[in-house]
Design a protein around this ligand. Structure first.
Ligand SMILES: [Zn+2]
Length: 336
């Protein structure tokens, strides 16, 4: 997109970068840094990580197949290329593929939940500019693109961004810009966005406090943030990424070996936040202007009767507060 109203900034020196969608790299006039660009997606990860041959191989396979395959086949290819995919059972792979393909519906329900909670707590933000932290392969981009004039999706994984690009292209959505980058150094100017969300993302963020401060920086005064966060100390449901229970109760360093032993999957990209972790990170960035509550079960496909039950629980002061500690998923809203 050429006429995008918000410039991208060099993450090293904050100089606006020229936007040339066809270029294979972007050069910064301020510090001379050069950033690769793939199919119009600039790589603004900062600090730039060491080359990862495994990830580059996945990206190369996806690029080779990009024009030839339809979106669902590209998703299936991407999942088969995941490390550990050969060791995982057919059922688990089928479950994960289905999960990715049904993302847009889930994104719609989740954003509906965010908007309900924001309307109840702070009032709805303006519908101008939205930011999607960790947009992945595009779960929330469809709904955001309908609701907001312009949307920026930031995501560290180019493989996921290529899937998002394919999905947007398939649906002729042109008001979304995709950027490869880290939440700790968002390559965008301060005070531009009316709304930011993080859908199924905070559990993959290893420096939640720094990331939420960056979100706060790019929001306009009065701008709002919403996110769900899988609870580390959830006592009720299997861990959704690997479908086994009580992983979060283990000491953090035991979680990955345990998951590998049980399922064959890697678990290095997941870092579930407890209620206390989430509360600390939000307070650090937004002061007192935030609220953490129970994520509505209906946003995850349960009946609305379950929502009513959870709302009743939330209304009981001490029991509600205690239940939040062990409830599967938190819903957080905040305002700048
Ligand atoms: Zn620069």
């Amino acid at each position: 997109m050429n006429d995008f109203p918000i410039p991208l900034l060099c993450p090293a020196c904050q100089t606006p970068l020229p936007v040339t969608p066809q270029a294979v790299q972007l050069g910064c006039d301020g510090c001379g840094a050069r950033y690769p660009q793939t199919l119009g997606i600039p790589d603004l990860r900062y600090p730039h990580p060491a080359p990862d041959p495994a990830e580059e191989a996945v990206v190369a396979r996806l690029l080779e197949a990009y024009d030839r395959l339809e979106y669902p086949d590209l998703v299936a290819l991407r999942l088969r290329l995941e490390p550990g995919a050969e060791a995982a059972s057919e059922d688990l792979m089928a479950h994960i593929t289905e999960y990715v393909l049904t993302q847009p519906e889930r994104g719609r329900r989740m954003i509906g939940m965010y908007r309900t909670a924001l309307a109840e707590t702070f009032g709805l933000p303006e519908s101008c500019f939205a930011f999607d932290l960790g947009c992945g392969s595009g779960a929330s981009l469809f709904t955001l693109a309908e609701t907001y004039e312009y949307v920026v999706g930031l995501e560290p994984s180019l493989a996921s961004l290529l899937l998002a690009r394919k999905a947007l292209e398939t649906h002729d959505i042109t008001n979304v810009r995709l950027v490869q980058g880290y939440g700790q150094h968002i390559p965008l100017p301060a005070e531009q966005f009316d709304y930011a969300n993080a859908l199924n993302v905070l559990e993959h963020v290893f420096e939640a406090e720094a990331v939420l401060q960056e979100i706060h920086r790019i929001l306009r005064p009065g701008g709002c943030f919403a996110a769900d966060s899988r609870n580390r100390f959830d006592l009720f449901l299997p861990e959704p990424h690997v479908q086994i229970r009580w992983v979060g109760l283990l000491p953090r360093r035991w979680a990955a070996p345990y998951v590998r032993w049980r399922t064959g999957l890697t678990y290095d990209h997941t870092h579930l936040l407890s209620y206390g972790d989430l509360r600390r990170a939000l307070r650090n960035a937004f002061g007192e202007k935030f609220r953490i509550t129970f994520a509505y079960p209906s946003a995850y496909g349960a009946s609305e009767r379950a929502d009513a039950w959870v709302r009743t629980l939330a209304g009981i002061p001490l029991a509600g507060r205690l239940a939040l500690q062990v409830y599967p998923s938190h819903l957080a809203v905040a305002r700048k």
